[in-house]
Design a protein around this ligand. Sequence first.
Ligand SMILES: [Zn+2]
Length: 218
Amino acid sequence: MNKVRDLKNKDTLTYETSVAIFDDNSIGEYQGVANNSTVQTLPTSPSSDYISMAHVHNENATIKSYSVPSLGDLQWIARRYKDGYLNTSEFTAFLATADGTYFALTINNPTKLWKFFRYMDAGNFNITIQERIEASKKLKEVYKPILKKYYYDEQSALIQENAQGATNNEQQLRYFMQFLKEADIGITVFESNENFSTFTKLSIKGFDVKRSTTPCTL
Ligand SMILES: [Zn+2]
């Protein structure tokens, strides 16, 4: 956990840092590419299952990042689950951002998580033509509108990089929680302090982010 806690000091680096904890208790630390903010540096097929992955959304003069988890973050988790490299019942993902937000994510329903992303990955695996037709229909009618609204629309996506400021952080969190609900994606979100020692469970009710009154500690 100390390596995870250390991430808060790494949010101004030019590369993204991530830490992984595996089922056999081994720990790995990985660095992204300079001035590139994607997190594809963690092993995709490790020798032991993932129990945890933690990364930072760093920002500097050239890098912009989200104050909430990115779509790529969630897709990464879904793919590891699909490939059988995730201990889903224990898995926790941690995120520290340069906007001063800290989150922990757990999977409450892995089937729903993969159900959401499988259509985006439909071209990558062996499925029948009928399944492929169905997948592309679902992708077009259900998934793409949600993704466009929250993440992809270049002009007016609700979740935007570099949306700093306390008010914006709350607003971005609200959009992220709404996205999870609309996508029915099987992920539970906890807000954390910068030391990742206390966690408050979040939910969304109408337009408001609700915080559980009984925080848990680690
Ligand atoms: Zn990320």
